[in-house]
Write a protein that binds this ligand. Structure first.
Ligand SMILES: [Zn+2]
Length: 464
């Protein structure tokens, strides 16, 4: 998004000076802690969103609210007013968090924002309130160190609702032409991979940053078997809805897994193979060679991350009958599949074709929901800028492109051909990763400092 000079600059500078002095003591850890204290479970983002907007206003950023209801509060903060129409670098985050199971085992309550021994606890500490605050402090750093009227690109942070419920109340609204025109994004940076050790066999101490440039497409399928008449449990019949459905499920489960090594997967495998070295590394680097085909399955099944990279997944998540007594044979039976497809546009039609071929025609197949169709982002100059920024802060790290196994708001921007990359710009350990969407989500203050440094480098690289 956007843009430049106006005769208000002088006024702006004065405003900035005031903001800076009044915020001289602003501390990212306490800001995150305060933000974590505001319950913003999906559908109720406005209060937390307004808290962040107020902070952005106080820091002298230009804010624009795109939608203003409790379940859909979306706004941006920019260095230059959007009306200047500068191309923009867009850092995105989401205000919402997933619901909380109060009965769980909590070290600190989900909305306590507790600071305990250099670690910050609370629902959203990593996903994604902590990142939002890192983005704000990076933008603040840039604002304090450059001439804003010399900017040829706008630097913008976008705060979104409803990411955890599929983006309908957030990113999906933002990519409508009237809003995207205002934002004018040339690139988007959001959540995704992160910095991890212990991921490459034999190189456990090497820090690897995984930057996602693609995401799997999620598609939820319902299979529904219906028979004309129900029956009594005492009458044997092979044609019940449950038996029809079970046969269909069995066929799907028995379908042979297809391994697809596309350009993206090849690049990631190559990067991992290079770090790994040795015999296994050589095979990864040349995964597509026919000579290694017999070994492929063994290798990918030995590592979940590799498997994700080259296969679709079909997970049976629910089987349902309408309520009835035990001696009553159900007339209908439904099964739900959460399918995650590799990001090639041919995968969805292939899946539907497969289902119609193997499933009994009496079973109705419906797509309940799906994420937008989006091509992977090219590893272009923007990827290189993120890589350089990560390496400035973590000089000995490796940076590797990643196919992200889940869907995030990044996919909405990719679906309208805006290059989008996802990375948590700090080192994560296993405990941190496992705390996301679970009890005791946490982030160390060191990670907060690192994240601010990476985002600051990133933004600074776009001001040159
Ligand atoms: Zn998230």
């Amino acid at each position: 998004m956007i843009k430049a000079l106006s005769n208000k600059i002088y006024f702006l500078l004065i405003t900035c000076c005031f903001s800076l002095s009044s915020n001289a003591q602003l501390n990212p850890v306490t800001v995150i802690s305060d933000y974590l204290k505001i319950n913003s479970v999906s559908g109720h983002e406005k209060k937390a969103g307004k808290f962040m907007k107020k902070l952005c206003d106080e820091l002298g950023f230009h804010t624009t609210v795109f939608s203003d209801s409790d379940s859909s509060y979306n706004f941006c903060a920019s260095l230059v007013p959007l009306k200047k129409k500068l191309p923009s670098v867009l850092l995105i985050n989401h205000i919402d968090v997933v619901p909380v199971d109060e009965k769980g085992n909590w070290k600190h309550p989900a909305f306590s924002g507790a600071i305990d021994n250099d670690t910050l606890y609370g629902r959203g500490a990593i996903d994604m309130k902590g990142l939002a605050v890192m983005q704000i402090f990076a933008l603040k750093n840039i604002k304090e160190s450059i001439q804003i009227d010399s900017l040829r690109k706008n630097l913008v942070i976008l705060f979104l609702s409803g990411e955890e419920t599929g983006g309908i109340n957030g990113a999906k609204k933002i990519i409508q032409p009237e809003i995207i025109e205002q934002l004018n994004p040339m690139v988007v940076f959001g959540e995704g991979g992160g910095g991890l050790k212990n991921v490459i066999d034999g190189k456990e101490n090497e820090l690897c940053f995984f930057v996602s440039n693609a995401e799997k497409k999620s598609i939820w399928i319902k299979l529904e078997a219906t028979v004309k008449s129900s029956g009594h449990g005492s009458v044997p019949s092979s044609k019940t809805a449950n038996k029809l459905l079970l046969k269909a499920i069995q066929k799907i489960e028995e379908t042979e897994e297809r391994i697809l090594v596309d350009r993206n997967a090849k690049r990631t495998l190559k990067a991992i193979g290079k770090i790994m070295g040795g015999y296994k590394g050589f095979i990864l680097k040349h995964f597509n060679w026919w000579i290694f085909k017999p070994l492929r399955k063994k290798i990918i099944h030995s590592n979940e991350a590799l498997q994700t990279l080259v296969t679709n997944s079909y997970q049976l998540t629910q089987i349902q009958n309408p309520q009835g007594s035990i001696n009553q044979v159900s007339q209908t039976a439904s099964a739900y599949y959460d399918c995650r497809l590799l990001p090639n546009r041919s995968e969805r039609p292939l899946l539907m074709k497969l289902l119609f071929r193997i499933v009994d025609p009496r079973i109705k197949i419906t797509v309940v929901d799906e994420s937008p169709e989006a091509d992977p982002s090219k590893l272009d100059i923007h990827y290189e800028i993120m890589k350089t920024s990560l390496l400035t802060v973590f000089p000995s790290a490796h940076v590797i492109p990643l196919l992200f196994p889940a869907t995030t708001d990044n996919s909405y921007f990719r679906s309208i051909d805006i290059p989008s990359f996802g990375v948590l710009p700090f080192e994560l350990n296993r405990e941190m990763v496992e705390s996301v969407h679970a009890n005791n989500e946490k982030i160390p203050t060191k990670a907060i400092d690192d994240g601010i440094r990476v985002y600051t480098e990133l933004l600074r690289n776009y001001t040159k």
